[in-house]
Design a protein around this ligand. Sequence first.
Ligand code: PLP
Length: 458
Amino acid sequence: MEPRTIIEPFRIKSVEAVRFTTREERAAALRAAGYNLFRLRAEDVLIDLLTDSGTGAMSAAQWGAVMQGDESYAGSRSFYRFEAVVKELTGLRHVIPTHQGRAAERILFHCALKAGDIVPNNNHFDTTRANIETEDAEARDLVIPEGRVPALLHPFKGNVDLGALERLLSTEGPRVPLVMVTITNNSGGGQPVSLENLRGVRALCDRYRKPLFLDACRFAENAWFIHTREAGMGDRSPRDIAREVFALCDGCTMSAKKDGMANIGGFLALNDDALAERARNLLILTEGFPTYGGLAGYDLEAVARGLEEVTDPHYLRYRARSIEYVVDKLVAADVPVLRPAGGHAIYLDARGLWPHIPPLEYPGVALADALYLEAGVRSVEIGSLMFGMRPDGVEVPAAMELVRLAIPRRVYTQSHMDYVAEAVLSVAKGKPPRRGYRITEAPKVLRHFTARLEPLEG
Ligand SMILES: *Cc1c(COP(=O)(O)O)cnc(C)c1O
């Protein structure tokens, strides 16, 4: 038979119970959390779609590898195994482990940037932007115009606007120390970047002699979209495609909590010998010795194994389908969502659903909170709370007001996804709140993690 049902490509060996709560309990939890879902106790959440970062289920093979961890301070066997897997995949010369992706970013940017520099990207992720701005440099988003319109269909909405990149490099080139591309484009909806576009970025980097760095957190999901959506790529394996993508870059930052299929970990990999030496020296100062970088030997083992498992086509087909499955249900019911389905999350368009709530009343927060109250589902706002504060302290609305439902890897089943779709439909078809929220306290940098808010409606 030609199966039409795409099944979970695993069976379950160990389970963890979820905790059910009443609406009253959730209302109290929300109040206590200052209406910021980051501040909830995870115990009060039924289905946790806050992030796909570090929340995946490890395979039996990964747990087996964990027991093989070599905890030697220097030169551990686990490091060499990790290094060999990263080199095989990326072809990059220097592999520097870090405790997670943002540590790789901080080390790279501290070593490579100076005040006044500009770093272009399709869309900078929140920690990437913050780590650039901390160096008094500018994080500039150059995604194609299609990538800013939630409902518009385009196979590679994460693509870089090559014309805009060329204008930047020709007019302000001396201020650009490196070019970045995020695969897939998390802040822009988990949308992929095509191989053709990456080759175009590479050509511009060659012409203007700039190093190209990938923010490679979801390289395998990106490779899957190239495999399924890009002309001539259907016969190539996701791993083969991923290796070509890495071959185009001079370095990458990676959070192994995403496509590393691990609960913690990351790395910086690069070819530039002098930059690698500076990075290792900074690593020793703040993370640890270069053969562990803040990780246990067993973490390095889990990541090494995860990087091998993640490019399995059966896994990637199931992964992409579980997102698309929910998006299809929501589209059929006319709920405004970011389309097409991205690689790791469903993005609801809060501005499209509740246009009467102004951006600086945070419609995404209103929607995410409503979804939690309704069904115990935790999501995250990706809008003006996350991105609306400029470094100079002026608040400006974000490009989009989204609510992200990120799907942890290999954790939830199809019935969980049915429940999530039902919850979103119930909120979207119900009575909308009249007004949004007001911030009562927030730090200056990365405020969305810890801010407290209150509803403006009585
Ligand atoms: C998660 C993520 C990061 C940061 O990685 P952490 O492991 O959370 O520090 C950077 N860029 C993108 C695109 C991400 O999704």
